[in-house]
Design a protein around this ligand. Structure first.
Ligand SMILES: [Zn+2]
Length: 700
């Protein structure tokens, strides 16, 4: 195959070609929380913004039904994997529209459209000579006579020594693990120790496509992380890719009885299949999937940054060999945290999508927060406090306030839009907002798309403050009419330009302006078209979030996390019942228990907290001392402790400990120690917790 290098950069959006915007497929195996929603909201904003520019766009996605995460969970719940995955698929299908994430087609990877396209593409890879067979070692359960692919097996990471799953060191170094790499393998299903057996598998010759991929990365647009990371992988040398698994669940490899395709082969093909389903529904005259995927489509993938490799190496390699259009852009989002820490599904430490809606919040508030709180590739933190601030300051204080006061003034004093022409200044400022909006699309920045409108509304507030139309009434009615005419035009521009980020409230505003049809169907040109004459009394678009509400929401979250931790604690208790009793050592030399009692209040003066060692370095010149950084939830503490000779310093990070948080500060070997780590005896046996008490929990 020859790779076509074209150095000319692509035409800016909007183009004449059909665009496809896709979102990374959600695994159909669990509830969605607001961290998951970041990429779906991002994709939805981007696709709506393209359409506002007049670009023909298909916004498609689907549920990822295959793979071992689903197979293993289905076994645990004793249910058929297809039924299991379909149930979640149906939930996602219902949930996305509630956040106005409005896919033109939402399919799933186990349907016929995806099966046909997957076979077509795999057969092309075979025909072009890019598939070969190789014997490899795979984990096997010798008792149950069962192969153990990916998540069927767990053991020790060969790179960092952490406990790891078969395909990924998710608790340690984060590396992708190839079949056969994991050490001390144990079946996650039966608990039996696994052995390695020789099996024949299929490999995709990705290594031969390095030149093509090099050129592809030169052409690739989107966020810079999606180019920089794969560059590094290319420089390190590409490995061929094992594209089959010993598994019952998935698409059979063509012509093979015992092998299914690796989930990452058929998952991205769903982007194509879902686009095809869209065309099947609306007709090729309205949107032609073949033109998009086989000719000249502008394909934009919106994903989380943990799957960059799949979208910038494996996927374009497959598309290229199979004769499909390569992606134009990959937008890879950063991670999301909750109050500065990771979401934890198992610890119920999350704001669930359903919960957010049940609290009665409008989806636009979260959409605005997710789309504009930091650049797309940056990590974003969510807290109810920050959420309140963004909503109150920007949506209520800036956008809502401007629109409401303008329309109310127009309604009360002019019975609608005043008879006047829009001033040159305001026309130019709206034009500038449209330019900013378009620049946001071409920079692949949903944040820029959103802030273009907020800045316009901010200008509107300044303008009305500066012109003081309330002082002009009765003095110079014509001048007052001019100012309010300008403000109504800005309000209309807000409705049009805010639609991608806030589709629900923009539609409401469109109605308040007495406009016909839907704001979803207009392009950015409408921002400068004259609004209707009659305007009724407006309603406030956004409601302020009170501080008490935030406290209430935080308390709910905290008590839920504590409940989950207590439940996990109970579980741990029953498990340890079977464990060997610990050898308590020689008890005869122990000192008697002190006769001096202290009061409960005295005990309470001690502020004991659960913490986790996040960093440990030996202190030079001190035989025993280690400088620890301990995360206690509310803050990170530097603590000096005498652990060096008793513990492997490198293995300390990740250890949960209990600290005295209100001990007087001290200085040891010139290093400040702010607190004390509790430990038992000469061996400095560290005190820890046995449940999942969140960091910072008080020990009582
Ligand atoms: Zn590791």
């Amino acid at each position: 195959m020859s790779s076509e290098h074209t150095d000319e950069s692509r035409e800016a959006f909007p183009t004449d070609a059909p665009a496809v915007v896709t979102c990374g497929l959600p695994y159909a195996n669990g509830d969605l929380h607001i961290g998951h929603l970041r990429t779906y909201v991002g994709g939805d904003v981007y696709s709506r913004a393209l359409e506002s520019l007049g670009q023909r766009t298909a916004f498609v996605c689907g549920s990822d039904m295959h793979g071992t995460p689903i197979a293993v969970q289905a076994i645990e719940e004793d249910i058929d994997p297809e039924a299991f995955a379909l149930e979640w698929h149906e939930q996602y299908e219902e949930t996305f529209p509630k956040f106005d994430v409005d896919f033109d087609n939402y399919g799933h990877t186990h349907d016929d459209a995806n099966r046909e396209l997957t076979y077509e593409i795999v057969e092309r890879l075979e025909e072009e000579g890019y598939v070969y067979e190789k014997d490899i070692k795979v984990a096997w359960d010798p008792v149950d006579e069962q192969p153990l692919p990916d998540r069927y097996v767990e053991g020790t990471c060969p790179y960092c020594g952490a406990h790891a799953r078969g395909d990924e060191c998710d608790e340690g170094c984060g590396r992708h693990l190839e079949p056969g790499e994991i050490e001390d393998p144990v079946s996650t299903i039966s608990g039996n120790p696994a052995e390695y057996r020789d099996r024949t598998h299929k490999f995709f010759r990705v290594s031969e496509l390095a030149d093509y991929l090099d050129g592809f990365l030169d052409r690739l647009e989107g966020t810079s992380n999606a180019r920089n990371q794969p560059r590094q992988w290319l420089e390190d040398g590409l490995q061929d890719w094992c594209i089959t698994r010993d598994l019952d669940w998935g698409f059979d490899y063509p012509g093979e009885e015992d092998l299914v395709l690796y989930v990452w082969v058929d998952a991205p093909i769903e982007y194509v299949a879902s686009t095809k389903q869209y065309t099947d529904r609306v007709g090729a005259d309205e949107y032609d999937w073949e033109e998009a995927w086989r000719e000249d489509g502008d394909i934009v993938h919106v994903i989380g940054r943990d799957i960059i490799q799949h979208h910038t190496i494996f996927w374009p390699a497959m598309l290229h060999v199979a004769g499909f259009q390569e992606p134009r852009a990959v937008m890879a989002s950063g991670f999301m945290t909750l109050d500065g820490k990771g979401f934890s599904t198992s610890r119920d430490r999350a704001v669930w999508a359903r919960e957010y809606l049940d609290e009665g919040f409008h989806p636009d508030l979260l959409r605005y927060y997710l789309a504009t709180n930091g650049g797309f590739q940056q990590d974003v933190d969510f807290s109810w406090e920050k959420f309140r601030d963004r909503v109150n300051n920007e949506l209520v204080g800036t956008v809502g306030n401007f629109v409401y006061r303008s329309l109310l003034f127009a309604h009360r004093n002019f019975e609608g839009t005043p008879e006047a022409e829009v001033s040159e200044e305001v026309e130019a400022r709206i034009g500038e907002a449209i330019d900013d909006f378009r620049a946001g699309v071409n920079d692949y920045s949903v944040r820029e798309v959103g802030t273009a409108t907020v800045e316009l509304a901010r200008f509107g507030n300044e303008y009305i403050q500066r012109e003081e139309p309330w002082n002009l009434l009765g003095e110079d009615d014509e001048a007052a009419a001019q100012v309010i005419r300008d403000c109504v035009q800005i309000a209309k521009a807000v409705a049009v330009l805010f639609e991608p980020v806030a589709p629900g409230t923009s539609e409401e505003l469109w109605g308040q302006l007495n406009e016909d049809g839907s704001v979803h169907d207009v392009t950015t040109d409408a921002a400068l078209a004259a609004p209707p004459r009659d305007i009724g009394a407006p309603d406030e678009l956004y409601e302020k979030i009170e501080d008490e509400r935030v406290e209430e929401l935080n308390e709910k979250l905290e008590s839920r996390v504590a409940e989950a931790a207590a439940a996990a604690d109970d579980g741990a208790g029953t498990e340890t019942d079977d464990a060997e009793p610990d050898d308590g050592g020689d008890v005869t030399d122990l000192p008697p228990v002190s006769e001096d009692r202290i009061g409960f209040e005295e005990f309470q003066e001690l502020d004991l907290r659960v913490g986790e060692i996040v960093d440990a370095v030996g202190i030079e010149g001190a035989d025993e001392l280690v400088k620890l950084t301990v995360d206690i939830g509310v803050e990170e503490r530097q603590i000096v402790a005498g652990l060096k000779q008793l513990h492997d310093v490198e293995s300390l990070p990740g250890t949960r400990v209990v600290i005295v948080a209100n001990l007087e500060k001290a200085e040891l070997f010139g290093v400040e120690s702010n607190g004390m780590v509790l430990a038992a005896g000469e061996d400095a046996d560290l005190l820890t917790t046995h449940g999942d008490a969140p960091l910072g929990t008080k020990v009582r």
